[in-house]
Each structure stands twice: as C-alpha cells, then as structure tokens.
Design a protein around this ligand. Structure first.
Ligand SMILES: [Mn+2]
Length: 242
C-alpha cells in the first residue's frame, strides 16, 4: 500500500545563539517527523505562509494533517482580550492553522491536533480556552511539567465508546503535560473524550468527521518512551490511506 503523505504544520524558531542570533528558522520538532515515519507515513513539513494559494497547494498534496503544538491562540479568535498570564501569540499562525484544517476537512483527509493544535481546532468551531490554568477553580495538578517531555507525569481517563478509546484500547493512560491553557467551552460538534483527575479536557473528537481529533498532551514526544502513543499516529496514517 502507498505510504500516505502527512503534513505537519510548521512554526518559526528564533535562533538564540552564535553568529545567526535572532535569525528566523522554519521548523517543526523532529519528534513529529519520527512519529510519522515510525508509523508508516511520509512526513512533510508545512512552513507558515500568508498566501492562501500556497496553503491550498500544500493540502492538495496531502493525505493527512498534524497540527503541531506551540503558541497560544490569539484570544480575539474566541472573543476575548488578552489576560495577564497569556503566553506568546502569533496571529498569522492562527490564520494558517485554521485554514489548513478547513481545507483538510473539505478534502476529507484526517486531522490530528496536538496541544495547541487541539486548541486551534476547538476555537475554529466556536469553542473557547482558559487563557491560563490559574484562572480555573480546583485545578490542582501540575499541567506544565517543565522538564523531560519524554516522561509521563499525570493520568487521564478516556471515555469508553470514543474513537480515542478505540485507538488506545485503555481506560486510563499516563501522559506528559506541557500546557498552561485548556479547553473551556467546547466547539460545535466536538465532544471531550479524555479528562485529567482535576477535570481538564485532555482530548476532543468531532462527531461529523471520520478522523478529526485532538489531544492536549504530546504523544510525539513519547513515541519511544511510551510505545502505546504510536497508536494515535498509526490511526491517523491508517485513516489517511482510505
Ligand atoms: Mn495535562
């Protein structure tokens, strides 16, 4: 069977050292590339551009899409002004990621959102975010572990009957956690399919599409340390072959 081409939404990294200090580089973390490769897909990095025609041409080539992690979503996208504890935002990337998803859904290819990616998906369908977890009541778990992303630190409960449950085959999994924001109101058509013990939405999936789901943790950073996490990428790649 033909190996599907999986687009990975890119970002920009500001070089922080040496003679190139301050230089902008188009990039994704290599873990995304390895996770796609390891599960039978062909990884394809999508640089952020402000040109819709270029973006459409990306999607024309692709069989599946991964929305990668990173920046906070611009709060105006869900009708709010920035609060004191919001992190770095980049509106062009919000526009880019949102349009990638819209075009991927229109083409009928599967979409997996990771961390920020899941948040972008939620906001695209009219959902909102907590700008910082400290604004939520009763959040007790440390969701920004701050070290060793290949290490799992908190538990999530997965809803039975969900696609995520089908993919993972488990009711409870330990995950890494590298986020300071969370889903607040769910976007239209999404259901929450995993929760941490303190009630944070840790995964969502959409009822109108065969494969359109997001996770709040970083499965790609666990692709060697927690082999089970490969099931997410395997599921995406299998859906991309249809
Ligand atoms: Mn978490």
């Amino acid at each position: 069977m033909k190996r599907p081409l999986i687009g990975i939404s890119g970002s920009v990294l500001l070089t922080s050292y040496g003679s190139s200090e301050g230089y902008r580089r188009a990039y994704v973390n290599e873990d995304y590339v390895q996770s796609v490769l390891q599960n039978g897909g062909i990884p394809f990095i999508l640089p952020v551009v402000d040109d819709e025609e270029v973006l459409s041409t990306y999607i024309d080539q692709l069989d599946g899409l991964i929305l990668s992690g990173g920046h906070d979503v611009t709060p105006q996208y869900y009708g709010e002004e920035p609060m004191q504890k919001i992190g770095e935002t980049w509106e062009l990337r919000d526009w880019f990621d949102s349009l990638l998803v819209e075009k991927a859904l229109a083409k009928g290819i599967p979409v997996l959102g990771i961390c920020r990616g899941m948040q972008v998906m939620n906001v695209l369908h009219g959902g909102s975010l907590w700008q910082d977890l400290s604004y939520m009541k009763d959040v007790e778990i440390k969701h920004l572990q701050g070290h060793s992303p290949e290490l799992v630190t908190h538990l999530v409960d997965i809803e039975e009957g969900s696609q995520l449950h089908e993919l993972m085959g488990e009711n409870h999994v330990m995950v890494n956690t590298l986020h300071h924001q969370a889903v607040r109101e769910l976007g239209q058509g999404f259901k929450a399919t995993a929760f941490s013990a303190d009630g944070i939405v840790e995964a969502i999936e959409h009822e109108d599409y065969p494969f359109y789901l997001g996770v709040q943790w970083h499965p790609e950073m666990l692709h060697t340390s927690v082999p089970l996490m490969n099931q997410l990428f395997a599921g995406l790649i299998q859906a991309a072959q249809k």
